[in-house]
Design a protein around this ligand. Structure first.
Ligand code: URA
Length: 209
C-alpha cells in the first residue's frame, strides 16, 4: 500500500493558515501556494539518488555529490494544479511539465480527460502529480490512470489539503503511489468541499470569484 506523508513542518503549517484564511486575497494566496509547493518539493525530493563527482575547491581536490540525473516530470491537474508548478520548479528547474485536464461527466459524475500533454519520454521519467486539493480523489485517480496508461511507472501525488475520502480513494486505486500532503482535514461536505479546507482553490488562485 502507498505511504501517506503529512508535512507538518512549522513553515508549511504557518503558511497554510494564511492560505486557508478567507481574508487572504488572490495575490497573497498565489504566492503562499507557490511557497508551500517549494517547501513540499524540498521534502518530496529527499529520496533522489546522488552520485559522487570530483571537484576542486579553492583549497583542495574533493569528492562531492550531485543529483544523479534523474528525469522528473511535474503534472499539474488543470486548473488549480498550475498554482503549484512554479514553486516546485524553483528547486527542480530541469523537470519537464505535462498537463492533464479533466471534467466531470454530468451523467456519470466521473472525471473524463479533455486534455493530456506529457513529456515524450514518459516511460523514463518519475512523475509528481500535483493538485492543491484531494477531495473525493476522482480527479487524482483518473490523472494517475492517464499517466500509467501512457507508460509512467513511478508516480507520486502531492497536494496541499486532503480529505480522508480522497486519500482512501487514491490508496485503493493506486497502491503503488505515495501521497504527500500538507494537511489532512476532517471531511467533505455535501457540495464536495473539504472541511475546513480553503474553499475553491482554482477560484482563489486565479481570482475568478
Ligand atoms: N476542490 C477545491 O478547490 N476545493 C475543495 O474543497 C474541494 C475540491
Amino acid at each position: 500500500m502507498g505511504k501517506v506523508y503529512v508535512f507538518d513542518h512549522p513553515l508549511i503549517q504557518h503558511k497554510l493558515t494564511y492560505i486557508r484564511d478567507k481574508q487572504t486575497g488572490t495575490k497573497e494566496f498565489r504566492e503562499l501556494v507557490e511557497e508551500v509547493a517549494t517547501l513540499m518539493a524540498f521534502e518530496i525530493t529527499r529520496d533522489l539518488p546522488l552520485e559522487e563527482v570530483e571537484i576542486e575547491t579553492p583549497v583542495s581536490k574533493a569528492k562531492s555529490k550531485v543529483i544523479a540525473g534523474k528525469k522528473l516530470g511535474i503534472i499539474p491537474i488543470l486548473r488549480a494544479g498550475i498554482g503549484m508548478v512554479d514553486g516546485i520548479l524553483k528547486l527542480i528547474p530541469a523537470a519537464k511539465v505535462g498537463h492533464i485536464g479533466l471534467y466531470r461527466d454530468p451523467e456519470t459524475l466521473k472525471p473524463v480527460e479533455y486534455y493530456v500533454k506529457l513529456p515524450t519520454d514518459v516511460e523514463e521519467r518519475d512523475f509528481i502529480v500535483v493538485d492543491p486539493m484531494l477531495a473525493t480523489g476522482g480527479s487524482a485517480v483518473e490523472a494517475i490512470n492517464s499517466l500509467k496508461k501512457r507508460g509512467a511507472k513511478n508516480i507520486k501525488f502531492m497536494c496541499l489539503i486532503a480529505a480522508p475520502e480522497g486519500v482512501e480513494a487514491v490508496k485503493q486505486a493506486h497502491p503503488d503511489v505515495d501521497i504527500y500532503i500538507a494537511a489532512l482535514d476532517e471531511k467533505l461536505n455535501d457540495h464536495g468541499y473539504i472541511v475546513p479546507g480553503l474553499g475553491d482553490a482554482g477560484d482563489r488562485l486565479f481570482g475568478t470569484k
